[in-house]
Design a protein around this ligand. Sequence first.
Ligand code: MN
Ligand code: MN
Length: 308
Amino acid sequence: MRDLISDNEIENYVKAGQIACKVLKEVESLVKPGVKLLELAELIESKIHALGGKPAFPVNISINNIAAHYTPLPNDESTIPSNAVVKIDIGVHIDGYIADTATTIALNEGYRLLCEAVKYALEKALGVVGPGVKFSEVGYVVEQIVRSYGFKPIYNLSGHSLDRYLIHAGEVIPNHKDRLALGSFKSGKAYAIEPFATNGRGYVREENIATIYALKQNPKKLSKMDQEVREVFKYIYEDRKTLPFALRWYIRRFSEERLRSAIKTLIENGLAMAYPVLVEIDNGVVAQYEHTIVLTSKGEKIVTTLCH
Ligand code: MN
Ligand code: MN
């Protein structure tokens, strides 16, 4: 059978995966109480660049009841609290081919079991992934394992298919028994499998704050914007296309005030979107593990584990 994915594309996924894997391993031991989130984020992203990759999204450092989508703000003074449960979610891309991976570091012994549950759920979930397997199979395995440990999966967070320059490429891989997940895994495609679990109710809600944004392409609307706003759009688009970005990446080029005001206008006009910070609705503590798997006719590669 001929693949719908070329050797060159597979190679890019593998390279991106190796970088993400290496960086995550290197920074795990640096997660300690008192460390500034901003310094940790900048270190992670500089390591990605140094290894020849680019961030597919700003590194997410999400603590305790924050499940996802927190990246440090410009001049962020926050530090890792003692006893924290810290999720680090890294995305690397090579020429648009994305590897997405995450781990959880529990600085509190009391949450070791929560982490173990999710790690084991991911391992078993990856074991069932293959061409023709239904997405719902993964959800079944994840929920079964997470519940056997006495926790709940996060029902409204899921894994996803990946495509060139697209982190969420349309397919949703549930983390629970979802009879409506009718799709199935296909050869020649890449997927991120990412179980989350919590000691809370098992749902996240959007906080009224965003730290991550992405542009949306619409030349007609853009031409109607003020010069000031167009300039910000063009500068970021050149760098990111429609991939997510953080404010801190551009405050050397534009002031934070100008950046925020331009992005606000872009959002109001459908030319950008914000990713709100996601928190567990009961303020339950959340753990997450994630790997990216590429399915080919020659077999499958879990590309974010290839750095041993
Ligand atoms: Mn991720
Ligand atoms: Mn993901």
